[in-house]
Design a binder for this molecule. Structure first.
Ligand code: ZN
Length: 266
């Protein structure tokens, strides 16, 4: 079936799809701002050039499209045959010419969009498996793609920042990351508070004198995603003293000169 617009009528899902499409458009814009020679430049990811990032985003769209085909047909088609195959594909993709990389991104994004658009309403609840082995409803793929395009647009390192990422995306990202820490128990002694609006608290609320990480949502999320400490401050303090959202600046004697690295996320 070929539809002109999304077959789902679920308002929440339509909103999520909008966020993913905006992210993809944003990534496309940053990619367009790069000259062909710029593709050889370093990205924010250790060991990866912009070529790797672009190839990864292209192959990620194809991999997610495979999950949508799975949801539509019931025939199991994993994102990648194996983690090694995924890495290999990226390494290969990074050797493509800039024009081929631009086409890979453009075509794969359009294809994924069509797969989403034409997925029947009930199939969005069909179960598929992520590359990490999690079983999720097909609708989860929208978020999986959303965070990829927004974060890796920043990783292209040609001007995009976490402040460009819409607030609902940042909030969900920070929620995801801190939940992953919690599951692994790597957030012990770490309390995370966003200043300003929206004021949110994450991490270890049970320790008496945690290391408290504060900053605006965009800066905190950037730090949590392992991409720098600008705009973030760390202090050792009493958890009880900072429970008020967006509380006054911490006392200077408790401020740590160095913001600790965030626990690993993925
Ligand atoms: Zn990625």
């Amino acid at each position: 079936m070929v539809a002109r617009s999304d077959l789902t009528r679920d308002p929440q899902l339509l909103e999520a799809l909008l966020q993913a499409r905006r992210g993809s458009a944003f990534f496309a814009r940053k990619l367009n701002e790069l000259t062909d020679a710029d593709f050889d430049g370093a990205s924010l990811l250790p060991g990866w050039t912009r070529r790797h990032v672009t190839a990864h985003i292209g192959y990620n769209a194809r991999a997610i499209a495979r999950l949508i085909e799975w949801a539509a047909t019931g025939v199991e088609t994993p994102m990648y045959p194996s983690p090694e195959a995924r890495d290999h594909e990226i390494e290969f993709g990074a050797t493509l010419s800039p024009i081929a990389l631009r086409n890979l991104f453009g075509h794969s994004a359009v294809h994924l969009n069509v797969e989403w658009r034409d997925l029947p309403a009930d199939a969005w609840q069909h179960k598929v498996k992520t590359a990490q082995g999690r079983t999720v409803p097909a609708e989860e793929t929208v978020w999986m793609r959303t965070r990829e395009v927004w974060i890796h647009a920043v990783d292209l390192d040609n001007g995009a920042t976490f402040a460009d990422i819409p607030e609902p995306v940042l909030a969900r990202l920070l929620t995801d990351i801190t939940a992953a820490w919690h599951t692994r128990g790597t957030d012990t002694g770490l309390l995370i508070k966003t200043t300003g609006q929206p004021a949110m608290t994450f991490g270890d609320t049970s320790t008496e004198t945690p290391v408290i990480i504060t900053g605006p949502l965009a800066a905190i999320t950037r730090w949590a995603a392992g991409r720098g400490t600008n705009g973030v401050r760390a202090e050792r303090g009493a958890a009880a003293g900072v429970t008020a959202a967006g509380a006054a600046a911490p006392t200077s004697d408790a401020v740590l000169t160095e913001v600790p690295a965030a626990p690993k996320w993925i």
